[in-house]
Write a protein that binds this ligand. Structure first.
Ligand code: COI
Length: 356
Protein backbone atom coordinates (compact mmCIF):
# COMPACT_ATOMS: atom_id res chain seq x y z
CA UNK A 1 0.00 0.00 0.00
CA UNK A 2 1.60 3.30 -1.05
CA UNK A 3 0.70 6.61 0.57
CA UNK A 4 2.13 10.10 0.28
CA UNK A 5 4.70 11.06 2.88
CA UNK A 6 2.68 11.54 6.04
CA UNK A 7 2.99 14.48 8.34
CA UNK A 8 4.66 13.49 11.56
CA UNK A 9 3.88 15.07 14.88
CA UNK A 10 6.93 15.14 17.15
CA UNK A 11 6.76 15.95 20.84
CA UNK A 12 10.09 15.92 22.65
CA UNK A 13 10.44 14.76 26.23
CA UNK A 14 10.96 17.45 28.81
CA UNK A 15 12.72 15.05 31.15
CA UNK A 16 15.26 12.66 29.62
CA UNK A 17 16.00 9.56 31.71
CA UNK A 18 19.31 8.91 29.91
CA UNK A 19 21.50 10.07 32.79
CA UNK A 20 19.87 7.48 35.13
CA UNK A 21 20.82 4.49 32.96
CA UNK A 22 23.65 2.21 34.08
CA UNK A 23 25.00 1.14 30.69
CA UNK A 24 27.36 -1.37 32.36
CA UNK A 25 24.48 -3.34 33.84
CA UNK A 26 21.74 -3.54 31.23
CA UNK A 27 19.17 -6.33 31.32
CA UNK A 28 17.96 -7.15 27.80
CA UNK A 29 14.81 -5.22 26.91
CA UNK A 30 14.18 -3.59 30.30
CA UNK A 31 15.37 -0.04 29.67
CA UNK A 32 13.60 2.15 27.14
CA UNK A 33 14.70 5.33 25.43
CA UNK A 34 13.05 8.72 25.84
CA UNK A 35 10.73 8.48 22.82
CA UNK A 36 8.47 6.11 20.94
CA UNK A 37 6.57 6.18 17.66
CA UNK A 38 2.90 5.31 17.39
CA UNK A 39 0.60 5.26 14.38
CA UNK A 40 -2.96 3.98 14.16
CA UNK A 41 -4.91 2.52 11.27
CA UNK A 42 -8.62 3.17 11.13
CA UNK A 43 -11.39 3.67 8.56
CA UNK A 44 -9.15 1.88 6.06
CA UNK A 45 -6.19 4.26 6.30
CA UNK A 46 -3.04 4.90 8.32
CA UNK A 47 -3.34 8.07 10.39
CA UNK A 48 -0.60 10.62 11.11
CA UNK A 49 2.35 8.94 12.90
CA UNK A 50 3.36 10.52 16.16
CA UNK A 51 6.66 10.51 18.02
CA UNK A 52 6.23 11.31 21.68
CA UNK A 53 7.80 10.70 25.07
CA UNK A 54 7.91 6.98 26.02
CA UNK A 55 4.80 6.41 28.08
CA UNK A 56 2.06 3.98 29.01
CA UNK A 57 -0.87 3.78 26.62
CA UNK A 58 -4.40 3.24 27.84
CA UNK A 59 -6.12 0.21 26.28
CA UNK A 60 -9.52 -1.47 26.85
CA UNK A 61 -9.60 -5.10 28.06
CA UNK A 62 -11.56 -5.89 24.91
CA UNK A 63 -8.44 -5.03 22.89
CA UNK A 64 -8.62 -7.41 19.94
CA UNK A 65 -4.95 -8.48 20.01
CA UNK A 66 -5.29 -9.73 23.61
CA UNK A 67 -8.00 -12.16 22.54
CA UNK A 68 -7.04 -13.27 19.03
CA UNK A 69 -3.34 -12.56 18.79
CA UNK A 70 -3.28 -10.57 15.58
CA UNK A 71 0.18 -9.21 16.42
CA UNK A 72 3.65 -9.32 14.93
CA UNK A 73 6.97 -7.66 15.65
CA UNK A 74 10.45 -7.03 14.32
CA UNK A 75 13.85 -6.92 15.98
CA UNK A 76 16.53 -4.65 14.56
CA UNK A 77 19.50 -2.62 15.75
CA UNK A 78 21.22 0.77 15.48
CA UNK A 79 24.97 1.03 16.00
CA UNK A 80 27.36 3.81 16.95
CA UNK A 81 30.03 4.06 14.24
CA UNK A 82 33.66 5.01 14.67
CA UNK A 83 33.09 8.37 12.92
CA UNK A 84 30.44 9.21 15.54
CA UNK A 85 27.55 8.51 13.19
CA UNK A 86 24.61 6.31 14.13
CA UNK A 87 23.56 3.73 11.54
CA UNK A 88 20.74 1.23 11.17
CA UNK A 89 21.46 -2.29 9.88
CA UNK A 90 19.37 -3.25 6.81
CA UNK A 91 16.16 -1.50 8.01
CA UNK A 92 14.33 -2.05 4.72
CA UNK A 93 14.58 -5.80 5.25
CA UNK A 94 12.78 -5.47 8.57
CA UNK A 95 10.12 -3.28 7.00
CA UNK A 96 9.52 -5.86 4.26
CA UNK A 97 9.44 -8.74 6.73
CA UNK A 98 7.00 -6.96 9.06
CA UNK A 99 4.71 -6.53 6.09
CA UNK A 100 5.01 -10.22 5.15
CA UNK A 101 3.90 -11.02 8.70
CA UNK A 102 1.12 -8.43 8.47
CA UNK A 103 -0.25 -9.87 5.22
CA UNK A 104 -0.34 -13.43 6.61
CA UNK A 105 -2.09 -12.25 9.76
CA UNK A 106 -4.57 -10.13 7.77
CA UNK A 107 -3.22 -6.83 9.08
CA UNK A 108 -2.61 -3.73 6.92
CA UNK A 109 0.90 -3.26 5.54
CA UNK A 110 2.81 -0.41 7.14
CA UNK A 111 3.84 2.22 4.54
CA UNK A 112 7.59 2.66 4.08
CA UNK A 113 7.20 6.35 4.93
CA UNK A 114 5.78 5.46 8.33
CA UNK A 115 8.23 2.65 9.12
CA UNK A 116 11.53 3.95 7.70
CA UNK A 117 11.05 7.73 7.86
CA UNK A 118 9.45 7.43 11.29
CA UNK A 119 12.25 5.18 12.51
CA UNK A 120 14.94 7.57 11.27
CA UNK A 121 13.26 10.52 13.04
CA UNK A 122 12.92 8.48 16.23
CA UNK A 123 16.56 7.37 16.21
CA UNK A 124 17.71 10.93 15.48
CA UNK A 125 15.88 12.05 18.63
CA UNK A 126 17.26 9.19 20.73
CA UNK A 127 20.71 8.92 19.14
CA UNK A 128 22.52 9.60 22.41
CA UNK A 129 21.04 6.33 23.67
CA UNK A 130 23.00 4.24 21.15
CA UNK A 131 25.80 2.62 23.14
CA UNK A 132 29.30 2.61 21.69
CA UNK A 133 30.94 -0.18 23.72
CA UNK A 134 31.78 -3.53 22.04
CA UNK A 135 28.82 -5.93 21.78
CA UNK A 136 26.38 -3.14 22.66
CA UNK A 137 23.77 -1.52 20.44
CA UNK A 138 20.31 -0.02 20.43
CA UNK A 139 17.75 -2.80 19.99
CA UNK A 140 14.70 -1.53 18.11
CA UNK A 141 11.31 -3.17 18.40
CA UNK A 142 8.77 -2.19 15.71
CA UNK A 143 5.43 -3.99 16.17
CA UNK A 144 1.86 -4.06 14.94
CA UNK A 145 -1.26 -5.34 16.66
CA UNK A 146 -5.01 -5.36 16.23
CA UNK A 147 -6.53 -2.61 18.33
CA UNK A 148 -10.29 -2.70 17.79
CA UNK A 149 -12.26 -2.96 21.01
CA UNK A 150 -14.55 -5.89 20.32
CA UNK A 151 -14.35 -9.59 21.11
CA UNK A 152 -16.20 -11.05 18.14
CA UNK A 153 -13.92 -13.64 16.52
CA UNK A 154 -13.35 -11.77 13.28
CA UNK A 155 -10.51 -9.61 11.98
CA UNK A 156 -9.95 -6.30 13.70
CA UNK A 157 -10.84 -3.06 11.96
CA UNK A 158 -8.26 -0.95 13.76
CA UNK A 159 -4.54 -1.60 14.10
CA UNK A 160 -1.67 0.09 15.88
CA UNK A 161 1.94 0.24 14.70
CA UNK A 162 4.57 1.34 17.20
CA UNK A 163 8.34 1.46 17.67
CA UNK A 164 10.11 1.35 21.02
CA UNK A 165 13.88 1.20 21.57
CA UNK A 166 16.10 -0.31 24.22
CA UNK A 167 19.89 -0.09 24.68
CA UNK A 168 21.29 -3.62 25.03
CA UNK A 169 24.46 -5.58 25.61
CA UNK A 170 25.14 -9.21 24.54
CA UNK A 171 21.99 -11.38 24.58
CA UNK A 172 23.73 -14.55 25.82
CA UNK A 173 26.68 -14.31 28.15
CA UNK A 174 28.41 -17.37 26.68
CA UNK A 175 27.96 -20.39 24.42
CA UNK A 176 24.55 -22.08 24.52
CA UNK A 177 23.46 -25.65 25.19
CA UNK A 178 20.64 -26.69 22.87
CA UNK A 179 18.19 -29.56 23.12
CA UNK A 180 16.88 -31.35 20.03
CA UNK A 181 13.11 -31.03 20.46
CA UNK A 182 11.31 -34.29 19.71
CA UNK A 183 7.94 -33.62 21.30
CA UNK A 184 6.81 -30.03 20.69
CA UNK A 185 6.75 -28.12 17.40
CA UNK A 186 7.26 -24.45 16.71
CA UNK A 187 5.41 -24.32 13.42
CA UNK A 188 3.56 -26.34 10.82
CA UNK A 189 3.43 -26.43 7.04
CA UNK A 190 0.89 -23.83 5.91
CA UNK A 191 1.11 -22.09 9.26
CA UNK A 192 2.77 -18.89 10.45
CA UNK A 193 6.29 -20.11 11.27
CA UNK A 194 7.87 -17.81 8.66
CA UNK A 195 6.33 -14.73 10.30
CA UNK A 196 7.35 -12.93 13.45
CA UNK A 197 3.88 -13.44 14.88
CA UNK A 198 3.84 -12.79 18.62
CA UNK A 199 2.25 -16.20 19.18
CA UNK A 200 5.22 -18.05 17.67
CA UNK A 201 7.24 -16.81 20.62
CA UNK A 202 4.54 -17.25 23.24
CA UNK A 203 4.03 -20.85 22.12
CA UNK A 204 7.74 -21.57 22.51
CA UNK A 205 7.98 -20.54 26.16
CA UNK A 206 6.58 -23.79 27.61
CA UNK A 207 8.87 -26.22 25.70
CA UNK A 208 11.83 -23.89 26.27
CA UNK A 209 11.13 -23.80 30.00
CA UNK A 210 11.08 -27.61 30.06
CA UNK A 211 14.42 -27.67 28.21
CA UNK A 212 15.85 -25.20 30.75
CA UNK A 213 14.76 -27.45 33.59
CA UNK A 214 16.84 -30.17 31.93
CA UNK A 215 19.91 -27.91 31.88
CA UNK A 216 19.68 -26.51 28.35
CA UNK A 217 19.67 -22.88 27.25
CA UNK A 218 17.53 -23.22 24.14
CA UNK A 219 15.72 -25.60 21.84
CA UNK A 220 16.85 -26.96 18.49
CA UNK A 221 13.49 -27.10 16.73
CA UNK A 222 12.80 -29.99 14.37
CA UNK A 223 10.18 -30.59 11.69
CA UNK A 224 6.67 -31.10 13.07
CA UNK A 225 6.02 -34.36 11.24
CA UNK A 226 8.73 -36.77 12.42
CA UNK A 227 11.19 -34.52 14.33
CA UNK A 228 13.84 -35.72 11.91
CA UNK A 229 15.07 -32.46 10.35
CA UNK A 230 16.48 -29.40 12.06
CA UNK A 231 14.70 -26.08 11.55
CA UNK A 232 15.74 -23.29 13.95
CA UNK A 233 17.38 -22.80 17.32
CA UNK A 234 15.31 -20.99 19.92
CA UNK A 235 14.73 -17.50 18.54
CA UNK A 236 17.60 -17.88 16.04
CA UNK A 237 18.41 -19.54 12.73
CA UNK A 238 21.11 -22.18 13.00
CA UNK A 239 24.40 -22.84 11.17
CA UNK A 240 26.62 -25.91 11.20
CA UNK A 241 30.22 -25.89 10.01
CA UNK A 242 30.78 -29.37 8.67
CA UNK A 243 34.40 -29.77 7.57
CA UNK A 244 34.79 -26.56 5.52
CA UNK A 245 31.16 -26.09 4.54
CA UNK A 246 28.55 -23.79 6.04
CA UNK A 247 25.35 -25.84 6.27
CA UNK A 248 22.01 -24.32 7.27
CA UNK A 249 18.41 -25.52 6.94
CA UNK A 250 16.81 -24.22 3.74
CA UNK A 251 14.04 -21.66 4.32
CA UNK A 252 10.45 -22.84 4.20
CA UNK A 253 7.08 -21.54 5.37
CA UNK A 254 7.98 -22.90 8.82
CA UNK A 255 11.26 -21.01 9.23
CA UNK A 256 11.85 -17.32 9.86
CA UNK A 257 13.91 -15.74 7.05
CA UNK A 258 16.52 -14.19 9.34
CA UNK A 259 18.21 -10.99 8.16
CA UNK A 260 21.28 -11.95 10.19
CA UNK A 261 21.14 -15.39 8.53
CA UNK A 262 21.09 -13.84 5.03
CA UNK A 263 23.92 -11.46 5.95
CA UNK A 264 26.04 -14.28 7.35
CA UNK A 265 25.54 -16.35 4.21
CA UNK A 266 26.78 -13.36 2.14
CA UNK A 267 29.81 -12.93 4.39
CA UNK A 268 30.53 -16.68 4.22
CA UNK A 269 30.56 -16.47 0.40
CA UNK A 270 32.87 -13.45 0.55
CA UNK A 271 35.20 -15.53 2.78
CA UNK A 272 35.26 -18.24 0.11
CA UNK A 273 33.29 -20.78 2.14
CA UNK A 274 31.12 -23.38 0.48
CA UNK A 275 27.47 -22.77 1.44
CA UNK A 276 24.71 -25.33 1.56
CA UNK A 277 21.10 -24.38 2.26
CA UNK A 278 19.30 -27.71 2.41
CA UNK A 279 17.54 -30.24 4.62
CA UNK A 280 19.69 -31.01 7.65
CA UNK A 281 18.79 -34.19 9.48
CA UNK A 282 19.26 -34.68 13.21
CA UNK A 283 21.07 -37.97 12.52
CA UNK A 284 23.56 -36.27 10.15
CA UNK A 285 24.43 -33.70 12.82
CA UNK A 286 24.68 -36.36 15.52
CA UNK A 287 27.06 -38.40 13.38
CA UNK A 288 29.12 -35.32 12.45
CA UNK A 289 29.26 -34.24 16.11
CA UNK A 290 30.50 -37.68 17.11
CA UNK A 291 33.01 -38.25 14.28
CA UNK A 292 34.51 -34.76 14.59
CA UNK A 293 33.47 -33.39 11.19
CA UNK A 294 31.12 -30.92 12.93
CA UNK A 295 33.70 -28.21 13.55
CA UNK A 296 31.30 -25.70 15.11
CA UNK A 297 27.67 -24.73 15.33
CA UNK A 298 26.03 -21.40 16.04
CA UNK A 299 22.72 -19.59 16.20
CA UNK A 300 22.18 -16.35 14.25
CA UNK A 301 19.68 -13.62 15.04
CA UNK A 302 19.27 -9.92 15.61
CA UNK A 303 19.32 -10.05 19.37
CA UNK A 304 22.00 -12.73 19.76
CA UNK A 305 24.00 -11.89 16.57
CA UNK A 306 26.21 -15.03 16.48
CA UNK A 307 25.74 -17.29 19.45
CA UNK A 308 28.08 -20.29 19.60
CA UNK A 309 26.59 -23.69 20.51
CA UNK A 310 28.72 -25.63 22.97
CA UNK A 311 26.48 -28.69 23.47
CA UNK A 312 23.73 -30.44 21.56
CA UNK A 313 21.39 -32.70 23.52
CA UNK A 314 20.16 -35.37 21.11
CA UNK A 315 18.47 -36.96 24.13
CA UNK A 316 18.74 -36.12 27.82
CA UNK A 317 21.40 -38.82 28.24
CA UNK A 318 23.06 -38.17 24.87
CA UNK A 319 24.55 -34.68 25.06
CA UNK A 320 27.51 -34.07 22.77
CA UNK A 321 30.04 -31.29 23.26
CA UNK A 322 30.74 -29.16 20.17
CA UNK A 323 34.03 -27.28 19.73
CA UNK A 324 33.86 -23.50 20.24
CA UNK A 325 37.11 -22.39 18.55
CA UNK A 326 38.21 -18.90 19.54
CA UNK A 327 39.12 -17.99 15.96
CA UNK A 328 36.66 -20.27 14.18
CA UNK A 329 34.23 -19.37 11.42
CA UNK A 330 31.53 -18.18 13.83
CA UNK A 331 33.99 -15.87 15.60
CA UNK A 332 35.40 -14.54 12.31
CA UNK A 333 31.96 -13.86 10.90
CA UNK A 334 30.82 -12.10 14.04
CA UNK A 335 33.92 -9.90 13.87
CA UNK A 336 33.32 -9.05 10.19
CA UNK A 337 29.67 -8.25 10.80
CA UNK A 338 30.51 -6.02 13.76
CA UNK A 339 33.22 -4.23 11.78
CA UNK A 340 30.70 -3.37 9.05
CA UNK A 341 28.19 -2.21 11.62
CA UNK A 342 30.64 0.06 13.42
CA UNK A 343 32.10 1.41 10.16
CA UNK A 344 35.55 -0.16 10.76
CA UNK A 345 35.15 -2.13 7.50
CA UNK A 346 33.71 -0.71 4.28
CA UNK A 347 30.01 -1.36 3.80
CA UNK A 348 30.38 -2.85 0.32
CA UNK A 349 26.88 -4.34 0.33
CA UNK A 350 25.16 -1.06 1.30
CA UNK A 351 23.69 -2.55 4.47
CA UNK A 352 24.03 0.47 6.75
CA UNK A 353 21.64 3.44 6.75
CA UNK A 354 23.32 6.40 8.43
CA UNK A 355 20.85 8.61 10.21
CA UNK A 356 22.79 11.90 10.41
C1 COI B 1 15.43 -11.03 17.63
O1 COI B 1 16.56 -11.51 17.46
O2 COI B 1 15.13 -9.87 17.34
C2 COI B 1 14.43 -11.87 18.19
O3 COI B 1 13.43 -12.10 17.59
C3 COI B 1 14.69 -12.33 19.53
C4 COI B 1 13.77 -11.66 20.48
C5 COI B 1 12.56 -12.50 20.66
C6 COI B 1 14.45 -11.33 21.75
Amino acid sequence: MQQNKPEMKITRTEKSTLSHVDFDNLTFGKTFTDHMLICTYKNGAWQEPEIKPYQKVEMPLSLHALHYGQAAFEGMKAYKQIDGNVALFRPEENWKRLNRSAVRLLMPEVPKEVFIDGLVELIKLDQNWVPSKPDMSLYIRPFIFSSSDFIAARPSEEYTFAIICSPVSAYYSGAVKVKVEREFSRSAHGGIGFTKAAGNYGGAFYPTEKAKQQGFTQILWTDPKNHEFIEESGTMNVMFIIDNTMVTPALSDRILAGITRASILSLGKEMGMEIQERSVSVSEIEEAAKNGSLKEAFGMGTAAVVSMISHIGFDTDNVVEIPVPEKGIGAQIKKRLNAIRTGESPDVNGWMLKIN
